[in-house]
Design a binder for this molecule. Structure first.
Ligand code: S3P
Length: 427
């Protein structure tokens, strides 16, 4: 159903606790299912993607209880998982599909994993190739490039692998398979990507070491059931932050936002743009978190490229929107991975912001945005991509005229209650 937003250029004031981190929530279910005993999770993201992960593990026979944002997992460890009689449905979730491949490859049974239309177009060979090098038996369309994928679990061996793409999903799938493989696996990561898997494996008692760009893990280690605290998702906070920055006379506080340095590229970028942003640190160990205070700001264009890209890859739709309100030119380079996200986010962001009157041009590996431009209401398409939906909603705060969003329901993939949160800030 189409959503009509007709905001009349409001100011935003108030406090928001954004929902739990998507990457950490997925991993908390997976690791709880891998550990023998009772794992509890607080602050879990009840987004559609993470619910897909829960449904996959339930089909493997793992007992998972949901009580609001508190999750309790009782597992006998991976040895206790059972061959499912149905296809595992990853929905829209790349993280579910890719990380689970690493785990399913090492079982002693057969599984099939598939997802929605978007998942069926996303590249899986980047996962299947290294897993095959470990001995995995995985089949699928175009020699394992696309879902549905059929996996016959088997014994795996450790590998030395240099990541050809900067992807935490590839790194994590290999690390999870490595836990059940013979020998020591070493992964070479030329550009740092989010390290939630490494942090959480340590938290579950696994000995995992990083030396410069190399990560090492010995197979055969058991996970110890644990308690996980999930901080708010900086990728969700980014939309509220963007909203506060581009509207007039706004001040928004975002509580308990995860500030793992592998994820805070957006904070570096908006500071460089000239944002009025304060950070009050809360948790300083493991997954760090902070309260963010953001005020309306006069912003200037910046260049974004290189090692910064993996630290803000999911934030580029909102960064592009912010850039339309910056003085000068913003250039985003080295972001070709955007082409294989939930949708081709270079084409989609450029097409949708152009409809609103933005001066934005697509390049092979990014985009160029000139600002500031006044934006006008338009009929916006989400392409079923939650972040495109949120970008359109935030943009509507500054448009002359109303905005229509074709499929607002997709926002619940990562931020259920997003529109309600935004409305609660209106002044
Ligand atoms: C994720 C890693 C990133 C990110 C995705 C979540 C993760 O994907 O874009 O939203 O949880 O590991 P890539 O690994 O493909 O870069």
């Amino acid at each position: 159903m189409t959503l009509k937003l007709d905001y009349k250029k409001p100011s935003l004031k108030g406090n928001i606790q954004v929902p739990g981190d998507k990457s950490i929530s997925h991993r908390s279910i997976m690791f709880g299912a891998m550990a023998s005993g009772k794992t509890t999770i607080e602050g879990f993201l009840l987004g559609a993607d993470c619910l897909s992960t829960i449904s996959c593990f339930r089909k493997l026979g793992v007992d998972i209880d949901l009580n609001g944002e508190v999750v309790t997992i009782n597992s006998k460890g991976a040895e206790g998982w059972k061959e499912p009689s149905e296809v595992l449905d990853a929905g829209n979730s790349g993280t579910t599909t890719r990380l689970m491949l690493g785990l399913l490859a090492a079982t002693n049974f057969h599984t099939v994993i598939a997802g929605d239309e978007s998942i069926a177009k996303r590249p899986m060979k980047r996962i299947v190739d290294p897993l095959r090098q470990m001995g995995a038996d995985i089949r699928g369309r175009q020699n394992g490039q696309f879902t549905p994928l059929a996996i016959q679990g088997t014994k795996l061996s450790a590998i030395n692998y240099t990541l050809p793409v900067a992807s935490a999903q590839v790194k994590s799938a290999i690390l999870l398979a490595a836990l059940y493989a013979n020998g020591v696996t070493q992964i070479e990561e030329r550009v740092a990507t989010r390290d939630h898997t490494e942090i959480m494996l340590s938290h579950f008692g696994v000995d995992i070491k990083r030396e410069n760009t190399a990560i090492r893990l010995e197979g055969g280690q058991k996970l110890t059931a644990s308690h996980v605290k999930v901080p708010g998702d900086i990728s969700s906070a980014a939309f509220m932050l963007g909203a506060a920055l581009i509207t007039k006379n706004s001040e928004v506080r975002l509580q308990n936002v995860g500030i793992n340095p592998t994820r805070t590229g957006i904070l570096d970028v908006v500071k460089q743009m000239g944002a009025d942003l304060e950070l009050i640190e809360m948790d300083t160990e493991g997954e760090r978190s902070a309260e963010l205070i953001i005020r309306s700001s006069d912003l200037k264009g910046v260049e974004i490229s290189g090692a910064l890209i993996p630290r803000l890859i999911d934030e580029i739709p909102v960064i592009a929107l912010i850039a339309t309100q910056c003085h000068g030119t913003t250039v985003i380079r080295d972001a070709e991975e955007l082409r294989v996200k939930e949708t081709d986010r270079i084409s989609a962001v450029v097409a949708e912001l152009s409809k609103m009157g933005a001066d934005i041009t697509a390049t092979e590996d990014g985009m160029i945005i000139n600002g500031p431009t006044p934006l006008v209401g338009a009929e916006m398409q989400t392409y079923g991509d939650h972040r495109l939906g949120m970008m359109a909603a935030v943009a509507s705060l500054v448009t002359e005229g109303h905005v229509l969003i074709d499929d607002p329901d997709c926002i619940a993939v990562s931020y259920p209650g997003f529109i309600e949160h935004l409305n609660s800030l209106l002044r």
